[in-house]
Design a protein around this ligand. Structure first.
Ligand SMILES: Cc1cc2nc3c(=O)[nH]c(=O)nc-3n(C[C@H](O)[C@H](O)[C@H](O)COP(=O)(O)O)c2cc1C
Length: 191
């Protein structure tokens, strides 16, 4: 991978962004394996960590999995504008992806993905009490695999509308943005 430094140009930065993101999907030790997903509705903001499950650099998409009954899904239904925040302490890079979230449930995409998941990962979607509900005792939570796809299993695809990149360096910070996943829209910003 081209190492980013203060002399990197906008093309190098753009390809590095996608290499970082692509590398985070399978590598659990990568700083890019998880990101912070911000949603907003009714003038309230919510932020939470999710695991990066896929990406498509050509289409400018990133993917995560979640439970249909989660708050984030309710919020995305109300307002599909989201922001995905990645930070790598090791690489000294922050990536902010603004985008539009699309919810997939009970469709071909979900079926295909479900069949490739481990039974352990599938089990999360067979919890007896829906996420976020108040409970008297955490020990009352259990999961029993239904031996079929869970109706709760949901895939969210975020189509990126704007990418903002920040690199912190002793030799001078660097900041740039790209619109609609297009390398040719690269623009330096004051850090
Ligand atoms: C390391 C880590 C990874 C997580 N990955 C996911 C994930 O991929 N999908 C998900 O729905 N929640 C994930 N969570 C839990 C969320 O951060 C959050 O607590 C939960 O989804 C409820 O969020 P909500 O009520 O805002 O919908 C993860 C949490 C941590 C700490």
């Amino acid at each position: 991978m081209t190492k980013i430094n203060v002399d990197s140009n906008l093309d190098d930065i753009y390809s590095n962004i996608w290499r970082c993101i692509s590398g985070g999907i399978k590598n659990r030790h990568s700083d890019f394996h998880t990101f912070s997903l911000a949603t907003s509705t009714n003038n309230m903001v919510n932020n939470r960590t999710v695991v990066l499950r896929g990406c498509d650099p050509e289409k400018g998409k990133i993917v995560f999995h979640t439970h249909l009954s989660s708050l984030k899904i309710e919020e995305i239904r109300d307002n599909d504008n989201v922001e995905c925040l990645f930070y790598s302490r090791k690489n000294k890079i922050q990536i902010r992806l603004k985008g539009k979230a699309a919810i997939h449930n009970n469709d071909e995409l979900c079926n295909n993905k479900w069949n490739k998941m481990s039974r352990q990962s599938q089990l999360c979607y067979f919890q007896n009490i829906e996420p976020g509900n108040k409970i008297d005792d955490p020990k009352k939570i259990h999961q029993v695999h239904g031996n079929h796809i869970s109706e709760h299993f949901t895939i969210v695809e975020v189509t990126i509308t704007k990418t903002e990149w920040l690199y912190l360096s002793h030799d001078g910070h660097r900041r740039a943005e790209f619109k609609h996943n297009n390398v040719n829209t690269g623009q330096w910003l004051a850090p």
